[in-house]
Design a protein. Structure first.
Length: 159
């Protein structure tokens, strides 16, 4: 829960910089945080998801065995792009606070523009990667971040 709490803090930081609320942390087998980040897509590069950045960083800085033993904690279930990157570099378990299914429901409720890429469960993209989530105790906080972000987007569109 400590690492998922940090992911929510990172997602909050993302909103403050004009980015969608996603934050992620890479933790090695010993429990040490090796990398953390949040969405950086506001500049126009929609591949700047923290999970994708983690995969790139891990491929360069960790051995295959270290990657396989690591855990990625994230505020929201990986999108297909990030799930694929996770699988390609051989990262281990994924723990997420909220699911893709929840995100789809929340976006519908907010009348927000759906993502350009389908929201799919991780294991539809990368079969066999161990996953854990969502966590109901954290889902409300993540939903509130998405509401806050999309309210800001609508206000910016009206301005």
């Amino acid at each position: 829960m400590k690492h998922l709490g940090r992911c929510i803090e990172l997602a909050t930081m993302a909103i403050k910089s004009g980015n969608p609320p996603f934050g992620s942390v890479l933790v090695d087998e010993s429990g040490a945080v090796r990398f953390e980040g949040h969405n950086e897509t506001a500049g126009g590069d929609n591949t700047r998801h923290p999970e994708f950045e983690i995969a790139r960083w891990a491929a360069t800085n960790m051995t295959p065995d270290e990657r396989a033993a690591a855990t990625v904690y994230t505020s929201g279930e990986h999108c297909p792009m990030c799930a694929a990157a996770h699988g390609w570099v051989g990262l281990g378990r994924i723990v997420y606070a909220s699911s893709s299914e929840q995100l789809s429901t929340w976006l519908d409720e907010m009348h927000a523009t759906p993502p350009a890429v389908a929201t799919l469960p991780i294991n539809q993209v990368v079969p066999g990667v161990p996953t854990e989530g969502p966590f109901p105790a954290l889902s409300d906080a993540v939903r509130d971040l998405h509401r806050r972000f999309h309210s800001q987007q609508k206000a910016d569109d009206r301005a």
